[in-house]
Design a protein around this ligand. Structure first.
Ligand code: SIN
Length: 549
């Protein structure tokens, strides 16, 4: 028998948890939240160090909007930006401070202590030391657990969205608009795939940093939601815009631990290993606090031109030791465990993949182009981030759109449960072989190296062409593997990684113009033409044809 619920929320970082919380205000409504991890606080949100944007002293919605638009490099959607700037800081106050009591850092006088980060014209970022996301996430999950009409199912991995056009037993359903009725989901403890039927489905699965070899993202950021929505036929946009965080730890054994932008917000400065300060050369107006795409490319440029293995981020000369330990306890402790005392020595840093600025196209209520399917947080594209996200706006966007999606679903009366008899149970691969961890590891690494080397911080036509060829080949192998192997969480993730990598690369291939985080070293038409006749063949192996059910 299928599971039936009013609303299915897939993922419980800040965006999914806020949507579920808002929906649960009506005690008659049943909300089912699923997450693939055993610990529901284990999400991208948990790893956000720097903070969440609020309203700084002397700040205004217009000023915040101007900063977001400037960072977005001309591709942010103005109405989405203004909505975020108008509603966001008030929601931080009402939901996070007044209702959840998140313990944001305060001044000795008891006022909120704001910090600055790259691209902000004023200090306006609220933080809980350098573990802001963890504090917010723990408060949200504690709240969800206390709500009687919210069911939190952990260790449950969504496999595919259920849509009438693809799964209905009624052949004429293909003529109706694509409508989402829930999802097939793997219970990781039993290995069974269940039908979960819902009036509305909210995708809140986070990003896809793990398709890159080097990333700040946790292991769940493998593009699951993006790939599922893409297979179901949702419109995905701006997928070429991958934000690289400029400063991640470059120490063997502790690679790519995030060194928050707040370190530069509090005075940290970037130097080459031979002691040259370089950011004023690349961004005279902003210096070390330029928007992320500029700082990441400047570091990349310095490393490539001079053969440096990393650059250095010096905080010790600008902040006293006791204050460093108090303000950045997680970074201090992590670096110390790796043998580096940041109160004395500069931090070796390199850029790494950090945030997906594109995603499933949604409107101001989080509605995707599929009826009954909402997307919130990093998996979605609201238009706010344009070609480059302004620091500390991601938690804010998750909060605002999570709340809005919940509000929209709550007032709708046109969302209905599909009849269980209309949707067939999941068809297991008969006599499937067990998933071989060596093959999964090898294929993951292949995808990650292709993306890192050919679809990274700096792209060009030849590299992208190579990436498309290699990803196409990998897809054939991985999809074949998927179809003959007993389903596991790792196998689902691998297939989604392959599909997400494809979506990103194809978008990068088609966009010849450098903008924000999408930087093309060459964009000459002739070269493109020489490699031409590729669009159709590159457009082939993904999408509807690969659906189960
Ligand atoms: C950071 O602390 O630098 C990350 C914050 C963000 O990605 O907005």
């Amino acid at each position: 028998m299928p599971i039936e619920t009013d609303v299915l929320v897939i993922g419980c970082g800040i965006a999914g948890a806020t949507a579920a919380w808002r929906l649960a205000q009506d005690r008659q409504r049943q909300v089912l939240v699923i997450t693939r991890t055993a610990d529901p606080t284990e999400s991208n949100t948990r790893y956000a160090q720097g903070g969440i944007v609020g309203c700084g002293i002397g700040d205004s919605a217009q000023r915040l909007a101007d900063d977001i638009l400037a960072a977005g490099a001309g591709l942010s959607l103005p109405q989405a930006v203004h909505l975020l700037a108008q509603e966001g800081p008030a929601l931080v106050q009402r939901l996070l401070i007044d209702e959840l009591g998140v313990p944001f850092d305060r001044t000795p006088e008891g006022a909120i202590a704001y910090t600055s980060e790259g691209g902000h014209s004023i200090p306006r970022i609220l933080h809980v030391g350098d573990a802001t996301g963890r504090a917010i996430e723990e408060a949200l999950i504690t709240r969800l657990r206390a709500l009687p009409n919210v069911t939190l199912r952990t260790s449950t991995t969504a496999v595919d969205l259920i849509t009438s056009s693809h799964h209905s037993r009624d052949p004429l359903a293909v003529y109706r608009p694509i409508t989402c009725h829930g999802a097939y989901a793997l219970d990781r403890s039993t290995g069974n795939v269940q039908r979960i039927l819902a009036r509305a489905t909210v995708l809140a699965t986070g990003g896809l940093g793990r398709i890159y070899r080097y990333t700040t993202n946790p292991e769940g950021a493998r593009g699951d939601g993006l790939a599922m929505a893409y297979r179901a036929g949702a419109r995905v946009i701006n997928a070429e815009y991958i934000q690289f965080h400029p400063t991640t730890l470059a120490i063997p054994g502790a690679d790519n631990f995030l060194i928050s932008e707040a370190v530069r917000g509090e005075g940290g400065r970037l130097y080459t290993p031979d002691g040259r300060h370089f950011m004023d050369h690349y961004a005279p107006h902003w210096g070390d606090l330029a928007p992320r795409d500029i700082v990441a490319r400047a570091i990349h440029e310095e490393m490539i031109t001079h053969g440096y293995p990393h650059v250095l981020l010096d905080l010790a000369s600008h902040m006293d030791a006791a204050r460093i330990r108090e303000r950045f306890p997680t970074i201090y402790a992590t670096c110390l465990r790796a043998g580096l005392d940041i109160t004395k020595d500069p931090i070796p840093v390199v850029p790494a993949a950090h945030y997906f600025c594109g995603g499933i196209l949604v409107d101001e209520w989080g509605r995707s182009t599929i009826e009954g399917l909402y997307a919130v947080g990093e998996v979605s594209c609201t238009g706010v981030h344009g070609a480059n996200r302004l620091a500390s706006t991601s938690l804010l966007e998750g909060l605002v759109w999570g709340y809005r999606a919940g509000s929209d679903i709550a007032r709708r009366t046109d969302l209905h449960l599909v009849r269980a008899s209309e949707i067939p149970p999941w068809q297991n691969v008969e006599h499937g072989i067990p998933a071989d961890p060596v093959l999964i590891y090898r294929d993951q690494r292949s995808i990650q190296y292709v993306m890192w080397l050919y679809v990274g911080l700096a792209r060009n036509t030849h590299r992208l062409a190579r990436a498309l060829r290699e990803l196409s080949h990998l897809w054939e192998t991985i999809d074949g593997f998927y179809r003959t192997t007993r389903i596991t969480d790792e196998l689902i993730g691998l297939r989604n990684m392959a599909q997400a990598a494809w979506v990103v690369t194809r978008a990068a291939w088609h966009n010849h113009q450098s903008r924000g985080t999408h930087y093309r070293e060459d964009s000459r038409q002739e070269e493109f033409a020489n490699l031409g006749n590729t669009k159709d063949s590159w457009d082939s192996p993904h999408g509807y044809a690969n659906l189960e059910g």
